[in-house]
Ligand binder design. Structure first.
Ligand SMILES: *[C@@H]1O[C@H](CO)[C@@H](O)[C@H](O)[C@H]1NC(C)=O
Ligand SMILES: *[C@@H]1O[C@H](CO)[C@@H](O)[C@H](O)[C@H]1NC(C)=O
Ligand SMILES: *[C@@H]1O[C@H](CO)[C@@H](O)[C@H](O)[C@H]1NC(C)=O
Ligand SMILES: *[C@@H]1O[C@H](CO)[C@@H](O)[C@H](O)[C@H]1NC(C)=O
Ligand SMILES: *[C@@H]1O[C@H](CO)[C@@H](O)[C@H](O)[C@H]1NC(C)=O
Ligand SMILES: *[C@@H]1O[C@H](CO)[C@@H](O)[C@H](O)[C@H]1NC(C)=O
Ligand SMILES: *[C@@H]1O[C@H](CO)[C@@H](O)[C@H](O)[C@H]1NC(C)=O
Ligand SMILES: *[C@@H]1O[C@H](CO)[C@@H](O)[C@H](O)[C@H]1NC(C)=O
Length: 418
């Protein structure tokens, strides 16, 4: 492969030194006899590919803006061997030229670098496809110009200090598949367009998004993993959620301010393994349609205002590992569900089920039922007993063995890299 010597910078520095002298030609000022010292490393570097020579000055000027580097990572960012010597930088063959080599990915996960902005850095790296920077101290806004990067598809800026609106730039990317902005200080609203994109993963938990209803088109997302946890979303879970039935695997709504009844369309999510809407203000009965969640392992509605019976069809689900309904106002559990209580799969503590231990006081239950007479679900009552799947066969599957597999969405509730 041909090597390219980068002499452009040398030329730039040379002209800067002599420029004052040229300006002085017709005046009386004198040129300084000793020009200022030059940054020696910028001279005569030989790059493996012209594309690497192009990104070199961008990396170097970003390096100068870094204000903290506790692990001395940037000390390796010297010389021309970006692909092998620079920690955090990864090269690959670009899609448009199989004989070229380009800077394709950056992984600063856990580097704890601090910089006031990434503007002028990632948006200027033309072949970048992946940028991961979990647990750093980067700040500012995300430049809209990253949407001009033709190959870009993964952005992870989780656990940093970004602020401002939801990064609009992302909406202009036509092939983004992974967006992780959890644990930042984003405010404002979550734009509906994000649910029309090609995302597989959308993690927006633990931000400062303002009180707003969950977008109505949420279910049109192509995402497999969604985390909205620990924000201030309000309003009902959109009924469009059922439209994600062929893709959605894990969804976390926990710790928001969702209201209204649970839409029966959740029962259409045949692939879902995790559905967590704990600690919200949901009310009404648990729809029988949840008995269609054939793949579900973790189902959490703890800490809401749900009432009625825990449907036996839900307790029959063959893959269920944890059905958490504590701190609600349920009044009945049938024999199948009672078996799950014994196995510690079902938690119904802090409800209104008399005869079971650890229930709410009679007084609290009485007050709740007095007021709940005035609350109505938007859908007719019979929908809560409508089962939109083939009739179930009791005990069709062997009871699950406690699985210890790591769930992507719950891992996203921590700050660390995934
Ligand atoms: C630049 O590098 C080449 C080969 O590495 C060498 O032959 C040449 O003398 C160098 N030029 C300068 C000005 O250092
Ligand atoms: C980084 O470099 C400084 C100064 O050279 C040194 O004191 C410190 O121990 C280094 N830190 C690590 C984690 O290597
Ligand atoms: C592909 O990249 C190589 C190495 O950089 C370069 O020499 C060649 O001209 C490029 N081909 C095209 C069609 O751009
Ligand atoms: C980020 O910077 C703040 C102070 O500005 C510091 O307290 C914090 O520990 C830093 N975080 C990381 C992950 O380095
Ligand atoms: C962003 O892109 C626009 C048009 O492509 C350009 O005019 C502008 O200078 C860019 N901004 C930065 C900070 O690179
Ligand atoms: C889109 O992204 C995927 C990875 O998610 C990649 O395999 C594919 O090549 C990209 N397509 C284009 C046109 O860049
Ligand atoms: C969404 O799902 C509903 C049924 O729940 C269906 O009637 C509707 O056509 C679907 N919409 C799209 C765009 O797929
Ligand atoms: C079941 O899920 C709830 C809610 O997410 C959680 O608090 C509890 O620890 C889980 N129980 C087990 C045994 O994993």
């Amino acid at each position: 492969m041909a090597s390219i010597s980068l002499l452009i910078r040398q030329f730039i520095y040379t002209s800067l030194i002599f420029l004052p002298c040229l300006l002085c030609v017709n005046s009386t000022c004198s040129c300084s006899p000793s020009p200022p010292p030059l940054p020696s490393l910028d001279f005569n570097l030989t790059f493996e590919d012209i594309r690497l020579a192009v990104v070199y000055p961008i990396i170097q000027s970003f390096k100068k803006t870094i204000t903290a580097d506790p692990f001395n990572k940037t000390k390796t960012w010297v010389g021309s061997d970006i692909c092998n010597k620079y920690e955090g930088f990864f090269c690959d063959i670009p899609p448009d030229n199989s004989s070229a080599k380009a800077l394709a990915a950056i992984d600063f996960n856990g580097f704890q670098l601090a910089a006031p902005t990434l503007e002028g850095f990632i948006d200027q790296l033309p072949d970048l496809a992946i940028f991961h920077a979990n647990t750093n101290n980067f700040s500012g806004i995300i430049s809209p110009n990253i949407s001009n990067l033709p190959y870009f598809y993964e952005l992870d800026i989780s656990n940093n200090r970004f602020f401002g609106e939801f990064p609009q730039a992302v909406l202009g990317m036509n092939n983004i598949s992974f967006l992780d902005i959890r644990y930042n200080f984003f405010t404002g609203t979550v734009p509906q367009q994000v649910f029309m994109q090609t995302l597989d993963v959308l993690f927006i938990n633990n931000n400062n998004f303002k009180r707003q209803p969950l977008p109505q088109n949420l279910g049109f997302t192509s995402a497999l993993y969604l985390t909205f946890a620990n924000n201030k979303f309000t309003g009902p879970i959109p009924r469009s959620i059922g439209n994600a039935s062929s893709t959605l695997l894990e969804v976390l709504f926990l710790n928001n301010q969702l209201t209204g009844c649970i839409p029966y369309e959740i029962g259409l999510l045949q692939k879902a393994t995790v559905f967590d809407a704990g600690n919200n203000f949901l009310t009404g009965p648990l729809p029988w349609s949840l008995g269609c969640l054939d793949s579900i392992e973790q189902l959490n509605f703890a800490g809401n205002f749900l009432y009625g019976e825990v449907p036996e069809v839900v307790c029959l689900l063959g893959n269920l590992l944890n059905l958490s309904l504590s701190d609600n106002y349920f009044t009945h559990v049938g024999p199948v569900c009672r078996k799950l209580i014994k196995k510690r799969v079902l938690d119904v503590r802090d409800n209104c089920i008399y005869g079971l231990p650890d229930q709410k006081s009679l007084g609290e239950c009485w007050w709740f039922f007095f007021y709940s007479r005035f609350w109505h679900c938007q859908y007719p009552w019979w929908l809560s007993t409508y089962v939109p799947c083939k009739t179930y066969t009791p005990f069709k599957k062997a009871p699950p063995v406690g699985s210890k597999r790591r769930l992507m969405s719950y891992a996203a509730l921590g700050r660390e890299r995934l």
